[in-house]
Design a protein around this ligand. Structure first.
Ligand SMILES: CC(C)(COP(=O)(O)OP(=O)(O)OC[C@H]1O[C@@H](n2cnc3c(N)ncnc32)[C@H](O)[C@@H]1OP(=O)(O)O)[C@@H](O)C(=O)NCCC(=O)NCCS
Length: 250
């Protein structure tokens, strides 16, 4: 069930020389009926330098220029992963700008999504005619000191019982998967919904470890496309670095 990250066989002009770069791989996302690779970049934020933006042809917004090194590195490697994903779809890389809800704005022909956590960034795109929204999210297993607060934020009573009954996965990983799935869902539907909404809007109903899917049902009306009671499946995989990755498109 551990995802296979295919190592990138880079041309000489690849990102290896960029400060902070640690590795690049592709990961086939287990999306139902949709073939899609995520571009994964491993990086060391402490080794990052802003000269990478010019070297890779990625625009550095003023807000990022003023940010701490960790934020600069995650923004950069997220955008670099997005550029690789766009290029792999045969489009010119262009710039992925920042939208009104802080969402990444991809070329109009593509639905794209970005995530980063600690030392890994990822991005993926699908043709826009293919889907209305797309979200991926990576999380570390939840640290012991954060279990209580994340449970309170993310789970209701029903979901707690369901997760506690999952013997095959360590609880910090299972909790991270549900947290991540809800964030992937949020990223995919945020534009259609047009506002931030709570984790209680989505309830976990079923967890299929073999099929690498979680089934959720909306608990409130979010917008015309997402009335209360609509079901959806979020795909997931476990990365070689111990992180969880979830993906949702609709
Ligand atoms: C936006 C959000 C989902 C980001 O998740 P995160 O785990 O903190 O961060 P990640 O690293 O996975 O993702 C960050 C990226 O998400 C993307 N993003 C930010 N806002 C977004 C939005 N409204 N829609 C889609 N993508 C968005 C950005 O590309 C961002 O990276 P960047 O700022 O470097 O460009 C989260 O901060 C948030 O605001 N959640 C809202 C509440 C929620 O999730 N409710 C659950 C409902 S079921």
């Amino acid at each position: 069930m551990l995802a296979v990250e295919t190592e990138w066989k880079a041309a000489s002009a690849g990102p290896q020389a960029l400060p902070g770069f640690c590795g690049h791989s592709r990961l086939r996302l287990p999306l139902a009926g949709r073939a899609c690779d995520a571009q994964l970049l491993r990086y060391d934020a402490a080794g990052f330098h802003v000269s990478a933006f010019a070297a890779a042809g990625i625009a550095m917004p003023a807000t990022i220029e003023r940010s701490v090194q960790k934020r600069q590195a995650e923004f950069f490697f997220g955008r670099l992963a997005a550029a690789l994903a766009i290029q792999e779809h045969g489009h010119a890389a262009g710039q992925v700008t920042i939208g009104a809800m802080r969402e990444p704005v991809f070329p109009a022909a593509l639905a794209g999504t970005i995530t980063h956590t600690g030392s890994v960034a990822a991005a993926a795109v699908l043709p826009a005619y293919y889907c209305q929204g797309f979200g991926i999210d990576i999380e570390q297993p939840i640290a012991a000191s954060s279990i209580d607060s994340v449970e309170q934020l993310v789970l209701d009573r029903f979901e707690r019982i369901l997760l506690q009954g999952l013997a095959q996965l360590p609880y910090p990983t299972a909790l991270a998967l549900v947290f991540s799935a809800k964030e992937s869902f949020y990223k995919a539907v945020a534009r259609a919904v047009g506002r931030i909404f709570d984790f209680s809007a989505l309830r976990l109903e079923a967890f299929d470890l073999t099929a690498q899917r979680m089934r959720f049902v909306t608990q409130e009306a979010l917008c015309a496309d997402w009335p209360s009671g609509r079901r959806c499946e979020v795909a997931f995989c476990l990365l070689a670095g111990g992180e969880v990755l979830t993906a949702f498109s609709w």
